[in-house]
Design a protein around this ligand. Structure first.
Ligand SMILES: C[S@@+](CC[C@H](N)C(=O)[O-])C[C@H]1O[C@@H](n2cnc3c(N)ncnc32)[C@H](O)[C@@H]1O
Length: 321
């Protein structure tokens, strides 16, 4: 399967280091759940099991070693922490969420980002966690309950038709939208390399990415349409393919007036710029404001993020006559 990644030789800097990083096991990471406790308490309580925690360059994030069954401790069931990779902690951090906001998480299970957003909102405002897959709904609800996220309402619609096929028929509009889209998951190859999950992974292919891209384009349009003027959407995937990343965002920019890609910074993390050309295609120059997370730059799995703002009507340029 590793030979598939050779198609990214042109766009991934220090490509040989990247290939090497795919052979390294993913470290164990957790996020302290500030709804229930503090970092000091988690460090002390997990220390009793001889676990060693070291801070990651994001608030409440830690790498840990020496904890044999991190998903089976009393503290886990008390909701003191959530097992979540560093890459997965990043999209909520660039969403600029405020306590009283209304937020839509379009593809939410298993709920890592939902519960992180809820903690950032200090359990206030309103957060809708939507998930289509019925089997994955129960794990989403389990984590929401375990982590004490009480400002969350769970729904189960197709994200691309949320909450009805015709967006004009709903008055719902959100301050923030997260579209952590279903994707081919190339970035997780490293994570599951040595697990049983690796065998279940479908082989990656360009065709697979192109098919996925069609759904992602439908979802990103709906997410954007559900934003209030001035609202912010984050689009993210755990894949490297420009078909599923920059191309999807480029499609939104072409389809919707008032959509703009805005830059973001995450202190202490080396995030590479999104690409503006791929296989002869040329994307909007603002796609360089999107971010690519590579495992040889950040010790986690591969990821992509775009921060998109919906300009208010009076901030838009008048049409040229
Ligand atoms: C990348 S995962 C989301 C991970 C989640 N945001 C988290 O951080 O825990 C994508 C999710 O989208 C769900 N999904 C797939 N197609 C969907 C659709 N059309 N509408 C809504 N959810 C969908 C999948 O079942 C999967 O749970």
């Amino acid at each position: 399967m590793e030979s598939h990644f050779l198609i990214y030789r042109e766009i991934i800097p220090d490509f040989d280091d990247f290939l090497e990083s795919l052979d390294q096991p993913h470290p164990s990471h957790l996020r302290v759940n500030r709804i229930k406790t503090t970092s000091d308490v988690v460090i002390e309580r997990l220390g009793r099991y001889k676990a060693r925690l070291s801070p990651l360059p994001v608030e409440n994030g830690f790498a840990f070693e020496g904890l044999e069954k991190p998903g089976a401790t009393l503290e886990y069931f008390l909701g003191f922490y959530h097992l979540q990779g560093l890459s997965s902690m990043l999209p909520p951090l660039i969403l600029d969420v405020e306590e009283e906001h209304s937020v839509l998480d379009m593809c939410a299970s298993p709920g890592s980002k939902t519960t992180q957003i809820s903690a950032i909102m200090r359990n206030r405002g309103l957060l809708i966690a939507n998930e289509l897959n019925r089997r994955r709904l129960s794990i989403l609800k389990f984590h929401i309950e375990r982590l004490g996220a009480t400002n969350v309402v769970v729904t189960s619609y197709q994200a691309q038709n949320f909450p009805t096929k015709y967006p004009d028929r709903t008055p719902l509009r959100f301050d923030r939208v997260l579209l952590d889209a279903p994707c081919t998951g190339e970035g997780r190859y490293r994570t599951v390399l040595r697990s049983d999950e690796a065998e279940k992974m479908r082989p990656f292919s360009e065709k697979g990415s192109q098919i996925m891209s069609r759904y992602q384009k439908q979802m990103i349009l709906r997410g954007f349409d559900l934003l209030k003027d001035g609202g912010i959407m984050v689009y993210s995937t755990c894949t490297y393919s420009p078909y599923e990343n920059e191309m999807v965002v480029d499609f939104l920019l072409k389809e919707r007036e008032g959509a703009e890609v805005v830059p973001f910074k995450l202190k202490g993390l080396k995030i590479e710029q999104g690409v503006t050309t791929w296989k002869g295609m040329v994307f909007d120059p603002s796609l360089s404001n999107t971010g690519r997370v590579y495992p040889h730059r950040i010790d986690s799995w591969g990821f992509f993020m775009a921060k998109i703002r919906k300009l208010s009507l009076n901030a838009r340029k008048p049409p040229e006559i």
